[in-house]
Write a protein that binds this ligand. Structure first.
Ligand SMILES: CC(C)(COP(=O)(O)OP(=O)(O)OC[C@H]1O[C@@H](n2cnc3c(N)ncnc32)[C@H](O)[C@@H]1OP(=O)(O)O)[C@@H](O)C(=O)NCCC(=O)NCCS
Length: 178
């Protein structure tokens, strides 16, 4: 299977929302309650992702991973850090707001390609550091961020769909593109 990494377009909203929901269900089943996972809705996620096309931010980047049959199997978004939305304590100028792959395509270097594409864009926009929050128990993702050069920092408790979870911040230093 060949996987293409490309810039997302508005038509991808449904595929992104589907991966978002299925990705949570597959990857978070050990961390979140069955009720929280059952309550996820593709419709709700579509509305959320639609918003990023309604108010496009040229400094942000949303990439999708697509199979040669046109199926979206992963995506990642990087953007200036959000203020006042729980990200205040991320000690970074930009953030990885989301990165999700379906189980069937994990561990083939696609996450690395998505991150590279997003980080390169953020560096080109002049950001010098990128942060993100990851569930403390999400060891596969933490090993991934560490393999890519991220360093762990602050922790915070967070109410995720009615469940208290602990998250760890990771930070990446970006080299300015001259
Ligand atoms: C985290 C995620 C994006 C990684 O993407 P991926 O395509 O599977 O990872 P890659 O194949 O690019 O891996 C790159 C390197 O990261 C490390 N890595 C990736 N997955 C790992 C795992 N499960 N265990 C240990 N190390 C891992 C390895 O060093 C790997 O290099 P290698 O395969 O040559 O050993 C993907 O697993 C995912 O979508 N997970 C579920 C959603 C999620 O948790 N997102 C993070 C939310 S904050």
């Amino acid at each position: 299977m060949t996987i293409l990494i490309r810039e997302a377009v508005e038509n991808d909203v449904e595929g992104i929302a589907r991966v978002h929901v299925q990705g949570w269900r597959e990857s978070y089943k050990d961390f979140l309650s069955p009720e929280a996972l059952a309550g996820l809705s593709v419709e709700e996620r579509m509305q959320m992702w639609q918003g990023s096309f309604r108010q496009p931010n040229p400094r942000a980047r949303l990439l999708v991973a697509e199979t040669d049959e046109g199926e979206i199997v992963g995506f990642a978004r990087g953007a200036p850090v959000r203020r006042g939305e729980g990200s205040d304590w991320l000690d970074a100028e930009a953030e990885i707001a989301a990165i999700y792959l379906l189980d069937e395509v994990k561990r083939r270097g696609i996450g690395r390609r998505l991150m590279r594409g997003v980080l390169d864009h953020l560096a080109a926009q002049g950001f010098r550091s990128v942060g993100l929050w990851v569930l403390k128990d999400n060891l596969p993702a933490r090993r991934f961020y560490e393999a890519l050069g991220g360093t762990a920092g602050a922790e915070q408790s967070f109410d995720l769909r009615g469940q208290m979870v602990v998250e760890v911040a990771y930070r990446f230093e970006l080299t300015p593109l001259l």
